[in-house]
Write a protein of this length. Structure first.
Length: 297
């Protein structure tokens, strides 16, 4: 078995071939995060939090600066119209980049107090936005050193009318989040505890029946971070040593090992079968047997 795969279940080979080779796409960054594949432009956009820059990479043109400064942007996603949504550590904002490049502030405060530092973000099929808000961006390394105004680190929903709701407020450090394929469940991980919690998604977007769904093996560098679902409803979660993969009922399938701390990832290329991974200083690519999903359109 190759060094980049730690296999716990034979079904792991249905997801990633033992013959797949981890490629370096581009390197030299400070700490990269939040990669998104745009199916129309066929590019990868990602954030370098510490470098305060967002980059764009294409196979044809290579690397270019997408936005600088980026307000120490972290997680990104696309809404149903293909517009980019971004979590900003330095400003405590969630923003939307319009087709003409203008930036719209979607939210920056809750009950008159600044968000901590929005971290990761997903969009439901009905267009509502869910994001995590730990205090990671209120430290000097990954953000701007400043006092926390809110007395909790929560998870929020922003509906299409701009109504902001706190969904959960008992996390120590909420980070990555993703929906199950049928959107009946929302998974949220906690970086302080390296576990994944699952919640029922109720009519109207509220959450209930939260419980611990999986615990990450803690060997290696990294914490519970970016998280997504593939087309077979397998769940991938960045964590110690690499990207941890579970089936739809939480059985541990294996770990894609990375030489650097894995922070986030996304599927790209026209078949959505290339896994692009943001790991500290390097954007990596790994060809997969099971493709990912694209929620645009």
């Amino acid at each position: 078995m190759p060094d980049n795969l730690e296999v716990y279940d034979d079904r792991f080979s249905d997801i990633v071939s033992p013959e797949s080779v981890l490629e370096t796409v581009v390197d030299g960054f400070e700490f990269i995060e939040g990669p998104i594949w745009h199916p129309g432009r066929k590019d990868i956009v990602f954030s370098d939090i510490i470098g305060d820059t967002m980059y764009r990479w294409t196979k044809t043109n290579g690397l270019s600066v997408f936005r600088k400064p980026s307000n120490m942007a972290n997680g990104n996603t696309l809404d149903r119209q293909g517009r980019m949504l971004t979590c900003e550590h330095a400003t405590s904002r969630v923003t939307r980049t319009e087709p003409d490049g203008e930036i719209t502030i979607l939210t920056s405060h809750y009950n008159g107090k600044e968000h901590n530092s929005p971290n990761d973000i997903v969009v439901k099929r009905d267009g509502s936005i869910f994001f995590t808000d730990p205090n990671s961006g209120r430290g000097a390394k990954y953000g701007v050193l400043r006092e926390q105004e809110l007395d909790f680190q929560g998870v929020y929903r922003l509906d299409d009318q701009g109504v902001l709701t706190v969904l959960v407020d008992d996390f120590s450090k909420p980070n990555g989040l993703c929906f199950s394929l049928d959107e009946k469940h929302l998974f949220i991980n906690d970086s302080d505890h390296d576990h994944i919690r699952v919640f029922d998604v109720n009519r109207g977007g509220t959450l209930s029946n939260g419980k611990i769904w999986a615990e990450l093996n803690r060997d290696g560098i990294g914490v519970a971070d970016g998280m997504k679902i593939d087309q077979a409803d397998n769940l991938y979660c960045c964590g110690p040593g690499g990207i941890h993969v579970f089936d739809q009922v939480g059985a541990y399938l294996g770990i894609i090992m990375l030489p650097e701390q894995a922070a986030n990832f996304n599927w790209g290329d026209e078949d959505l079968s290339s896994l692009y991974v943001c790991a500290s200083t390097t954007l990596y690519r790994l060809r997969m047997n099971t493709p990912g999903i694209c929620m645009v359109g």
